[in-house]
Design a protein around this ligand. Structure first.
Ligand SMILES: [Fe+2]
Ligand SMILES: [Fe+2]
Length: 158
């Protein structure tokens, strides 16, 4: 990851998460690898909302509008994750259908991030890039953290 650009590192996280979800759709379904993909996705959303997006909006206020769209989509993705976890816990066979819904949501969401936002992360000042690299490498999802639009639906960014 050290040699990767920030955009490439964030895209790499997308691909790893996608692979974990795809394995549940196409394979026999491994609860542990699905649980790992769900945790990785929650952490990825946390890093974007708490670190990547604020730095992008600060550097380029024109990115606030696409970031607001991403926050709204995170809340929709988060709802699917909660539904999926409930289905897995209850042992119902809706898990695969929910994984398909999640994969579709991520396909559209990730493409927008990769085309519009991530390339701008590589244009951030060196200090911001260094901070984000450190965060990506070593920051865990805090217990109980919930994505911003789920925690505070009326939140407005400046
Ligand atoms: Fe995202
Ligand atoms: Fe992302």
């Amino acid at each position: 990851m050290e040699d990767e650009s920030l955009a490439a590192a964030l895209e790499h996280e997308h691909h790893e998460i996608d692979a974990g979800i795809a394995a549940t759709i196409t394979g026999p379904g491994d609860r542990q690898s699905l649980a790992r993909a769900i945790s990785a996705l929650r952490r990825h959303i946390y890093l974007e909302e708490e670190f990547v997006f604020p730095l992008l909006c600060e550097a380029e206020p024109g990115l606030t509008a696409p970031v607001v769209v991403m926050l709204r989509e995170h809340a929709q993705i988060w709802e699917t994750l909660e539904e999926l976890e409930r289905a897995v816990d209850a042992g119902t066979d809706t898990g695969r259908m929910l994984c398909k819904r999640l994969a579709t949501q991520l396909l559209h969401h990730n493409l927008k991030e990769e085309k519009i936002l991530y390339p701008r992360a590589d244009a951030l000042p060196p200090a911001a890039i260094g901070r984000l690299r450190g965060v990506l490498r070593s920051t865990d999802l805090p217990d109980g953290w919930v994505c911003l639009k789920k925690a505070r639906p009326g939140i407005a960014l400046a």
